[in-house]
Design a protein around this ligand. Sequence first.
Ligand code: AKG
Ligand code: FE2
Length: 390
Amino acid sequence: MAPSAVEIPLPIPKSFSTPTSTPQPAEKAELKSPSSPLPEVKTFDASTCSVDELVSALRAAGGLVIRGLLNEQELASLEKDTRPWLDKDTAWDDGDFFPQETRRAFGMVSKSRTFAERIVANPLWLGVTDALLTSTLQANWIGDKNEVSVSRPQLNNTIVFSIGPGARDQALHRDDAIHHVYHPATATHEIGRDAGIGFFVAGKKTTKRNGATRFIPGSHLWDYAAGPPSESQTFYAELEPGDGFMVLSGCFHGGSANKTDQPNENGEVVPEERLVYSTFMTRGYLRQEENQYLVNPVEKVRELPESLQELVGYGLSKPFLGWVDLKDPIDEYCPNCDNHFVIDAVTPKAALKVESEDTRVDARMIKDERVKQSNEQSIFDLKGGTERLG
Ligand SMILES: O=C(O)CCC(=O)C(=O)O
Ligand SMILES: [Fe+2]
């Protein structure tokens, strides 16, 4: 992501999240800072690890490695879908966030079904992001009813990074900055602190020498005003093809220098590409970093399973974010509007055409089976609101 200036510190409102852990009293637990000992970064096996283990390792260290997430066939399919887009990319001259040797591809949910299903919708990843990025609005009095609402995580971005030989280090940064997050130091991680989480899957072996993503373990717990970050504290996520690395957006991290343009320990120059497939998730009520509505042709989004359409941003963040004509874009259909909802609930059926008024003005001539006539209501109509919106 491109870094943005943080002008007004605006913490993620804690009241929007369900606390599932009891924070330790400040006088007993020491607030973490750049001078605290660095926590251990754990490594897991994709075939045996549980979501709970991943969540607690992430909360403690801010990052973790998972071995064996994708197989060779999936990697081959990803590369086939991605390579033409990387080949088209050229060095950017707008700023110095990416080294000149970096090539990128974006909008990956519509460019690669394998990316969408095996990375964005990876079950371990969804388990982790659900646990850390779901928000529950506990107190929302509407008249005499308290409408508790759950907002699920959504896709923040998809980027493929190819770092070529000769690239320098990308500066260490927090991706949290895109949402103008500021946090003071804490002793232990509290659920609700994270604005986002990143997931990097290696397309090729990534090493300290060829540009592995590096990060500072524990830096998600520091006061965000403490800086600048020190390279001496970094951990390099060295991955075999198909391994993954997860990192909280509150951790300092960055892509690293690719030194394979220089002689190795045998005196030979063996250039390597560092190829990583990455995605971030964010909270359902925050703006998405990558504009999913413009980067992905809607015809492609229609082909995805409904759960993925929701993740991409076509779902409703409850109670009221993201509606079209006051309805959930995915499962409601409105005969009174001309917007032809971006995601139809069912495949539209051919209908006899009858000459009538412009249906945007008078829709009485249209009857569509998809409309549950007796149930027609807007998201602001709280008849049965708890189960519809909560
Ligand atoms: O390429 C990488 O390993 C990290 C890239 C990154 O952090 C970013 O572009 O925000
Ligand atoms: Fe980043």
